[in-house]
Design a protein around this ligand. Structure first.
Ligand code: ADP
Length: 182
């Protein structure tokens, strides 16, 4: 089993690719965005806290996210998984490394999907989720460049990152990813 982190800016296709790869390779798809959206729709304490933050395109605090991921991974029962949307800050990346060490997960792979801002903005506007308004998208991109890109450098330094072009047909991109993994 291996641990795959799928990384990249909002709207680059992480969710689509993670869903398809997890099915093909029998991995658990862990999307922190989905976990948060479920909490929002269920109106839990977490959901009430997260809703406003997400609608503005800001990040839910690290302590909360690190706790959610820790609990999820502690209950994974030896299954391989894809992390989609986490880590998004250096603090989260370091917390994740500690979780991996404690759980003896040592087949970590990182794939970064790339696309330019214009492409991403167009895609998100078409998708039209409640956080896909022009203002929120702009903020999410800023947050990505300010808080999330250091995570990419962190994995690059560890020699774990593989870049893949996220522009093109989803099926083709999927094939490229699979080829890197197997
Ligand atoms: P996208 O990849 O399009 O940005 P996600 O579903 O991954 O969409 O995330 C939606 C929102 O959920 C983010 O803008 C953020 O507010 C929140 N979120 C998701 N994952 C995290 C995380 N790891 N840390 C903090 N906030 C998160």
């Amino acid at each position: 089993m291996f641990q795959l982190i799928i990384f990249g800016p909002p709207g680059v296709g992480k969710g689509t690719q993670a869903a398809s790869i997890s099915e093909k390779l029998n991995l658990q798809h862990i999307s922190t965005g989905e976990i948060l959206r479920k909490a929002v729709s269920e109106g839990t304490e977490l959901g009430l806290k997260a809703k406003e933050i997400m609608d503005r395109g800001n990040l839910v605090p690290d302590e909360i996210m690190n706790g959610i991921v820790k609990e999820t991974l502690e209950n994974i029962n030896g299954k391989g998984f894809i992390l989609d949307g986490f880590p998004r800050t250096l603090n989260q990346a370091k917390a994740l490394m500690e979780i991996f060490e404690n759980l003896n997960f040592n087949e970590v792979k990182v794939i970064t999907l790339t696309a330019d801002d214009e492409e991403i903005t167009e895609r998100l506007l078409k998708r039209g989720r409640s956080d896909d308004t022009r203002d929120t998208i702009l903020n999410r991109l800023n947050v990505y460049y300010n808080s999330t890109t250091p995570v990419k450098e962190y994995y690059e330094k560890l020699g774990l990152n593989m870049n893949i072009n996220g522009v093109g047909e989803a099926d083709k991109i999927n094939e490229v990813i699979l080829n890197k993994l197997i």
